[in-house]
Design a protein around this ligand. Structure first.
Ligand code: HEC
Length: 263
């Protein structure tokens, strides 16, 4: 596979692996403290291509490589919405593996989503999200759908070689001032949360993040910030996906501190 960061892999991987192990142990510790619903823990596989294939814990980047706006970073841009919309219990998480498809990590997406780098027409994942045949269409009718921007990102990712890239979004400028619901908070919710929180019900802690009213109520209870900073009093979010980056967390915290306005 073509990977422009390949040469750094030997250096980064042992380091990242160590960080992942530490982070993962800590997550397991937190998880065991606060949740009574136990799901099988997916072992971390580090596939040594400079991308850091972290199926479970992970963070918003942190490998020392700045984000290039022309590249699609699987770990930050694709995996979060696959986890939220597809790798759910009863669908394509490791436990259910509907049709043998598991979409919870890079390795599983490549192995079971039948993705062919550079070839959309030969990629099953692409076919099922774009088909008009209601029997094959994913996500199925009635489930939260991918939006046009997410579908376009999958196309761009496959066309760029379906790589497992991660970048360090802490290196770029992070402007967490002037935040608003529409421009800042809503897009994060759409890409990383709404797939599991379309409506509040017993399967998701009664948290609805698909509307302003739902996000505002969650913000005001303290659960929004508590869950994303992994305060042990709350379930750590996004569940089963990479954590939000420090920049994203900073923006959401500022929006909440400024009154969680509908702006
Ligand atoms: C893969 C599904 C999934 C994703 C993605 C997800 N959640 Fe959740 N969320 C859950 C489930 C399930 C619960 C119920 C608690 C549990 O089982 O851990 C929950 C609970 C919560 C709670 C209540 C926590 C508490 O302890 O009271 C909040 C707040 C929350 N989620 C916010 C978010 C936010 C914000 C995001 C995105 C950044 C997000 N969730 C992404 C599945 C998900």
């Amino acid at each position: 596979m073509i990977n422009k960061y390949k040469n750094y892999g030997w250096f980064i991987s042992p380091l990242r692996f160590g960080i992942n192990v530490l982070f993962f142990s800590f997550s397991v510790f937190l998880f065991s403290m606060q949740s009574c619903k136990h799901e099988p823990l997916v072992p971390i596989t580090n596939n040594d291509n400079g991308g850091g294939g972290n199926g479970g814990g992970g963070n918003g980047g942190g490998n020392g490589l700045p984000c290039n706006p022309d590249s699609i970073y699987f770990q930050q841009q694709i995996l979060p919405f696959l986890v939220s919309n597809c790798a759910k219990s009863g669908c394509h998480d490791a436990a259910t593996a509907e049709d043998g498809v598991i979409l919870d990590s890079y390795v599983n997406v490549m192995n079971t989503g039948e993705v062919t780098p550079f070839d959309l027409n030969d990629s099953k994942l692409w076919e099922v999200i774009t088909t008009t045949d209601p029997d094959d269409k994913m996500p199925p009718a009635g489930e939260p759908q991918l939006n046009q921007q997410q579908i376009a990102m999958i196309a761009q990712w496959i066309n760029q070689g379906a790589q497992n890239l991660v970048c360090d979004d802490e290196l770029g400028p992070c402007d967490s001032t002037g935040v608003s619901y529409l421009a800042t908070v809503k897009p994060i919710m759409q890409n990383k949360c709404v797939g599991c929180h379309t409506t509040g019900n017993s399967t998701n802690g009664f948290v609805n993040l698909s509307s302003y009213a739902g996000v505002q109520a969650t913000a005001q209870s303290g659960a929004l910030v508590g869950s994303i900073i992994h305060n042990p009093m709350y379930a750590a979010m996004p569940k089963n996906g990479p954590s939000l980056s420090t920049c994203e967390i900073g923006k959401i915290r500022n929006w909440v501190a400024e009154g969680a306005l509908n702006n």
